[in-house]
Design a protein around this ligand. Structure first.
Ligand code: NAD
Ligand code: 89V
Length: 341
């Protein structure tokens, strides 16, 4: 499979490393409106076809899929260009700025008969996959309570300065991942109640959010996120998990320690590997980039829908929108509001 990547910024470097490690895939073209980023990335990854305009990239063609690694404002137009060009698409999160755009993007790629996957990689982290494996085994029974918690004082703004500028911050950028993990663990959500706050005076958006999810099967989840939490050990970028089922509990604690409490207690270290191009503490995320991209290739090859397809991600994006609406109104918000009956 030949691919093109659009957006040679901070995170795309991970995506390009991961593509190099996946058998049968070659990134043959790069695109960025910023010449310096375009040229330095082309040099690092030895890719000779470079474009400063996505329209020119698509009209030149010569690839089967496009990996869109730009920030959200450009996603709708780039996904629609990809659909018009008839190529498979991976698009970074947040998938879209609003639900009407997201629905339109899903329709455009569906009508083109191509695969659309959102790069929602957190559920692909190997410690999260280990928790999913325990739930699948039935060892603790069907969960009735889940908490997914991401609390940190890590300075994300130095690598991603735009995160300090937007009116929205933690729910849209990070909470989106944690909400998606809750969906992967416990299933679809019927309603959400949320609070949020800005603690750091030097940013525009909220950096703390606490969300209560009512799942369709009756389970309850708490999803809490903070970038205003000074703690030792600093756990960035770990998501800590606690799940209760009728037969036992499972916990993913700091330092990637997994424990299962049934009639006995079993603990194991599920630390993710540090891939050759990865660095701590980002290795957890970096490994998940490899895994989700491999999943995309497997799905396209087999003609099946990715776990985090565009259609699936509508439900995660709706949770983000509903969380903001709940935090503003002080009321629970039904997810039905975001889907036509
Ligand atoms: P960035 O600003 O560092 O990089 C984006 C690049 O896209 C820039 O080089 C910019 O010039 C280019 N660009 C913007 N519009 C373009 C267009 N129309 N055509 C061509 N190039 C264009 O941003 P980033 O930090 O790399 O984030 C990119 C996306 O990845 C964001 O949506 C972010 O939320 C997401 N992200 C995901 C993860 C994850 O774990 N999944 C982690 C970090 C960032
Ligand atoms: O995954 C992300 O989108 C990143 C980070 C983990 C730093 O929040 O922005």
């Amino acid at each position: 499979m030949k691919g093109a990547l659009i957006g040679c910024g901070f995170f795309a470097q991970n995506q390009l490393h991961a593509w190099r490690d996946i058998d049968g895939v070659e990134i043959v073209a790069l695109c960025d409106i910023d010449t310096d980023r375009l040229q330095s990335t082309a040099h690092t990854f030895n890719i000779s076809s470079t474009y400063q305009s996505a329209a020119e990239l698509f009209s030149a063609g010569g690839f089967d899929f496009v990996d869109i690694a730009t920030t959200v404002d450009s996603h709708r137009s780039l996904v629609e260009m990809a659909a018009a060009a008839g190529v498979h698409v991976i698009c970074q999160k947040p998938f879209a700025n609003n639900m009407p755009d997201a629905h339109a993007m899903v329709s455009a790629v569906k009508d083109a008969g191509k695969t659309l996957m959102v790069h929602e990689n957190f559920r692909w982290q190997s410690p999260i996959q280990a928790v999913l494996g325990i739930l699948d085994s039935g060892e603790i029974g069907d969960p009735f309570f889940c908490r997914v918690s991401f609390r940190s004082g890590y300075d994300v703004f130095s690598g991603q300065p735009y995160l300090a500028e937007g009116k929205r911050f933690i729910i849209e950028d990070l909470g989106i991942h944690i909400l998606d993990i809750a969906r992967a663990l416990v299933g679809d959500v019927e309603s959400i109640t949320a609070t949020n706050r800005r603690i750091n005076p030097n940013i525009n958006g909220e950096d703390v959010a606490t969300m209560l999810l009512s799942h369709a099967d009756g389970a309850t989840s708490v999803v809490d996120c903070s970038y205003a939490t000074q703690r030792i050990p600093e756990t960035f970028p770990q998501s800590l998990i606690e799940i209760d089922g009728p037969l036992g509990t499972v916990r993913l604690d700091a330092g990637y320690q997994l424990s299962i409490h049934t009639k006995t207690e079993v603990s194991r270290d599920v630390s993710p590997p540090v891939l050759p191009w990865a660095e701590k503490p980002w290795h957890n995320i970096q490994e998940s980039v490899f895994s989700i991209q491999q999943h995309f290739v497997d799905c396209v090859t087999k003609g099946i829908e990715p776990q985090t397809s565009g259609a699936d991600n509508l439900k995660t994006l709706a949770l983000v929108e509903a969380a903001y609406r709940s935090a503003e109104s002080g009321c629970a918000v039904s997810l039905d509001n975001y889907f036509s009956k």
